[in-house]
Design a protein around this ligand. Sequence first.
Ligand code: GRF
Length: 208
Amino acid sequence: MAKLKFAVFVSGNGSNLQAIIDAVKAGTITAELALVFSNNAKAFALERAKEAGIETLCFLSKDYATPQSYERDIVMRLRELDIDFIVLAGFMKIFTAYFIKEFPNQILNIHPSLLPAFKGKDGIKDTFTYGTKIAGVTIHFVNDKMDAGPIVMQEAFAVADGIKLEELEEKVHQLEHQMYPKAIQLFVEGRLKITGRKVTVLDKSKHS
Ligand code: GRF
């Protein structure tokens, strides 16, 4: 069977992108990473993609009159490349309902907190400042509300007394890099079944 093709959307450093690139190379993600899209021309993630020989694309929203015309151009390129699903990895832009409808239940996102706590762009800092005793990572499907789609995977760890923000960030990122390739591979294997808000991971033996 032909491999699924996917695009990773980034805005910044791209350490999650790197973990995904490495997993594709290692064969632990059995899909083709066909495109890295960025809304930020200076994103270091674009360098990582180029280094790995992956096609990159960068459109700036300021060059478009409306969010929809911006997204229409992105969708056009994704269709040309026959992209089956999208992985958001530090993509700091919110899609309109139009884009989400183009890829229903085919967009994954990673968030650096235990959702629904600490939505938004500062998930780790907000976890740290609040003083919670556990922290963690959430991977979820994207719907039309921010950081609110059905949850695929969550992992938590205890926040050590006296931990510094930078240390917490490091721990969260390490966990992200372990989790995201696993969740992506579950999607690739067709093992994520969504029923309302609930995502069930289907048994591999029953499914493949
Ligand atoms: C990650 O913490 C991710 O959870 C959040 O943005 C950050 C991106 O980091 N959505 P990187 O660009 O993958 O290094």
